[in-house]
Design a binder for this molecule. Structure first.
Ligand code: SF4
Length: 317
């Protein structure tokens, strides 16, 4: 079934699909508090805590889709929930038979993702992601994801409930380093390939400060990692694909050549991020300031410079 999730797009920009071989889940952290699946299932008189296998028609649906699609798996569950242990292999075999599709697996249970792929490897048509909501869950879940080799590894920070520092996971050379971060920016361990962020929506949504999105955007630009800002709340309304400082951030994996391809152990010798020519056009479309010939870094520096100048002016008066 096609999905309205903005970051699940086919290569040609059309809507991607969602596929639910099973449904139902259990809340495991504060990010689950307003889970839409719980809300919708209750509305239909169903028990959201009961994990049930879908019909054979739904379970095998990707086999019927002949055109290449990007498919978000388990929008109404968690692909790595324990109750699905007996069904997961069958679902993975279907993905294996569908090399023309790309499957996006997003989980709050990365320890089970690690178990599933650590010995067998991750097929190229499966992208692996973790869902986090604050610094604590980022620090718990992202390192596990980084232990699993995969063509694309991504992090969804939605609902974004606080500022999240991901520099150590992106390979930013300016970060306070721990052993694993050193390895990431030396290129021994590739970092996260894509960051998605968005505020909470629906009744009971908790507040989200746009500065948290700015902070994430700046970290991504610095590291040369694609950033996708799905939604922010403005004046009590949810704005999909909002402008942030005049720019729209809808980057997908592969749109930027990451700085980690050009890193050097000596931070002072680290080169600026580089961009593929064709992809720069896409990036320019995302951030109007870049049409003036600025690099992404210069664009962000300009925003900060203008902000500081405005702050100084306010202080003076
Ligand atoms: S893990 Fe996802 S699907 Fe499961 S309860 Fe939490 S938000 Fe809902």
């Amino acid at each position: 079934m096609s999905t309205n999730i903005e970051w699940v797009k086919n290569k040609d920009g059309t809507k991607g699909e969602s596929w639910n071989p099973w449904q139902g889940c259990h809340k495991i952290s504060t990010g689950c508090r307003e889970c839409y699946m719980f809300r919708d299932k209750k509305r239909f008189g169903q028990n959201p805590n009961k994990v049930i296998r879908s019909s054979a028609k739904t379970f095998e649906a990707p086999l019927k889709w002949k055109e290449s699609k990007r498919i978000f798996v388990c929008s109404w569950s968690d692909f790595f929930i324990d109750e699905a242990d007996g069904w997961r292999q069958e679902a993975l075999e279907i993905m294996g038979k569908c090399s023309h599709h790309t499957f996006l697996l997003l989980t709050k249970r990365p320890q089970n993702m690690l178990k599933a792929f650590k010995d067998v490897g991750t097929p190229d048509n499966i992208w692996l992601g973790v869902s986090v909501e604050n610094q604590k869950t980022a620090d718990e879940r992202i390192p596990i994801l980084l232990d699993i080799p995969a063509k694309v590894r991504f992090v969804s920070i939605e609902p974004m409930l606080g500022a999240v520092d991901v520099t150590n996971f992106l390979g930013n050379q300016d970060a306070e380093q721990d052993t694993s971060a050193h390895a990431i920016w030396r290129g021994e361990i590739p970092g996260i390939d894509w960051i998605i962020a968005g505020c909470e929506s629906g009744p009971g949504a908790r507040p989200c400060n746009p500065d948290w999105a700015r902070h994430l955007r700046d970290q991504c630009v610095e590291a040369g990692v694609p950033f996708f800002l799905k939604q922010l709340s403005q004046d009590g309304k949810i704005i999909k694909m909002p402008f942030l400082d005049g720019g729209k951030w809808d980057q997908l994996p592969g749109s930027i050549v990451s700085k980690k391809e050009t890193v050097h152990e000596d931070a002072s010798k680290v080169e600026k991020p580089t961009y593929r020519e064709g992809d720069l056009d896409k990036f320019i479309g995302c951030a109007p300031g870049l049409t003036e010939g600025l690099s992404a870094r210069e664009y962000i520096d300009n925003i900060h410079h203008n902000q500081e100048a405005s702050d100084e002016k306010t202080t003076e008066t």
